[in-house]
Ligand binder design. Structure first.
Ligand SMILES: *Cc1c(COP(=O)(O)O)cnc(C)c1O
Length: 445
């Protein structure tokens, strides 16, 4: 492992030297995973490479501190510096996203969503959200999720593939559903939707039926920070997000809201849902907000979108159909059926994995196959963009994907592809020696 990263992933290389000798099992797998991330292509749309500064902070002594409560209102002593850190995180998020209020304590995007439901709803209340198999998230009322058990979720989805422009959020259906079901809350946002989601249309429908609006921007929050995706802040009553997807920070969640909901949201997070906050992660979130406030990050956001669009165009040329016929965010959702009727998502994912292309199979709208098999692949460009890849690499990646899937039973061809993937990754190391901002050198003016 490079000294540079050794110094970033924990308190310093001494701790890793110790681990290497005293706990070689975990140390070994840390090295294996580090090498896997650098030597294979990371196309999982919800993943990214956090900066060494973020890595260092999540491995810091801040993990030792109990800080139940909020700045200046803690239940434990010794929080004078923690208070400063959490205040800085909140202030940076407020400026970055132009919001009234922010809660940076949710441990994850799911916790953030649960906290909002806890703040705004009573058990049994009606909520509208996007169906899981149409691109929604588990916490949008899926039957397997506690959200689906506690609240009366009614689900909307996408227009059929035959619609002009392909599958889009079916706002006519949503409006009718809102009128008949009279929801207390409407949830906008998705986990596998390749188009920008317009918060103003949701706002109008929510206003027509007197519902509150929550926008779950877990995926596009980095694009929003970069100003290349419309911001739901100030339009939705509450905005939830994750800090580790396109925003490129530590694994975690956060909530933005209007003044009137601040108290309710804060008490829903603590003491409603969580105990002690992860202040090492809160500090890393503060670092990520600062990184996302730079001009470099604006260029980064633009490049993510450009890369996604070039990847999509290449895949279409190679004979794939994309859900919604394209993309205007960081991800594409590939419908595999037109490319090869026998190819399902599971086989595709496994074939790509075998050559070092990491992605996830995904249900496509009205998928005829089961959720564990599926007929689709979800591919995102945030991580590849962080590692410095641009348009020509995206065309190469798109062609490599097609070649792999066409030749999935040809061992020799797969071996050649694997070498090419390896070679590409070696030229775009996300953690190059001596650079504070992985890949960021590529976005300098
Ligand atoms: C990723 C995601 C979440 C959940 O985030 P976790 O941190 O994995 O809990 C919630 N909503 C949407 C739309 C997501 O994409």
């Amino acid at each position: 492992m490079s000294d540079f990263i050794r110094n970033s992933v924990a308190i310093g290389s001494k701790a890793l030297d110790y681990l290497e000798n005293e706990d070689s099992e975990i140390y070994g797998y840390l090295c294996d995973e580090f090498n896997r991330q650098r030597s294979t292509l990371q196309l999982i749309a919800s993943e990214n490479f956090a900066s060494p500064a973020v890595l260092a902070m999540t491995g810091s002594v801040l993990t030792n501190k109990y800080a139940e409560g909020y700045p200046q209102k803690r239940y434990y002593g010794g929080n004078q510096f923690i208070d400063e850190i959490e205040d800085i995180a909140r202030e940076r998020a407020k400026v970055l996203f132009s919001t009234d209020h922010v809660n940076v304590q949710p441990h994850s995007g799911s916790s953030a969503n649960l906290a909002v439901y806890q703040a705004l709803l009573n058990p049994g209340d009606t909520v509208l959200a996007m169906r899981l198999d149409q691109g929604g998230h588990l916490t949008h009322g899926a039957a397997a999720s506690v959200t689906g058990k506690m609240y009366n979720f009614q689900q909307y989805g996408l227009t059929p593939r035959s619609t002009d422009g392909g599958e889009r959020i079916d706002f006519d259906y949503l409006r009718d559903l809102a009128k008949t079901s009279k929801p207390k809350l409407i949830v906008a946002g998705a986990t596998a939707y390749p188009r920008e989601i317009d918060p103003t249309v949701f706002r109008a429908i929510a206003d027509e039926v007197g519902a509150l609006l929550m926008f779950d921007s877990a995926h596009p929050m980095g694009l929003i920070a970069a100003g290349v995706h419309v911001s739901p802040v100030g339009i939705a009553d509450v905005v939830t997000f994750t800090t580790h997807k396109t925003l490129r920070g530590p694994r975690g969640g956060a909530i933005l809201c209007k003044h009137e909901f601040a108290k309710k949201i804060d008490s829903a997070v603590f003491p409603g849902l969580q105990g002690g906050p992860l202040e090492h992660v809160v500090a890393a979130k503060a670092i990520a907000f600062k990184e996302a406030s730079t001009e470099n990050f604006v260029r980064y956001g633009r490049q993510i979108k450009e890369n996604s669009s070039i990847l999509g165009e290449t895949l279409i040329k190679e004979g794939f159909r994309l859900v919604s016929n394209g993309t205007d965010n960081h991800l594409v959702l590939v419908d595999l059926r037109d490319f090869d009727a026998d190819l399902d998502g599971k086989i595709a994912q496994e074939s790509l994995d075998s050559v070092g292309i990491t992605c996830n199979r995904n249900q496509i709208p009205d998928d005829p196959r089961k959720p564990l098999v599926t007929s689709g692949l979800r591919l995102g460009t945030a991580a590849m963009t962080t590692s410095g890849m641009k348009g020509s690499q995206m065309s190469q990646v798109g062609s490599l994907i097609a070649r792999t899937l066409r030749n999935r039973n040809d061992e020799n061809e797969l071996k050649l592809i694997k070498d090419e993937v390896n070679d590409l990754c070696s030229k775009f190391d996300p953690y190059p020696e001596g650079e504070m901002w992985p890949g960021m050198a590529n976005f300098e003016a």
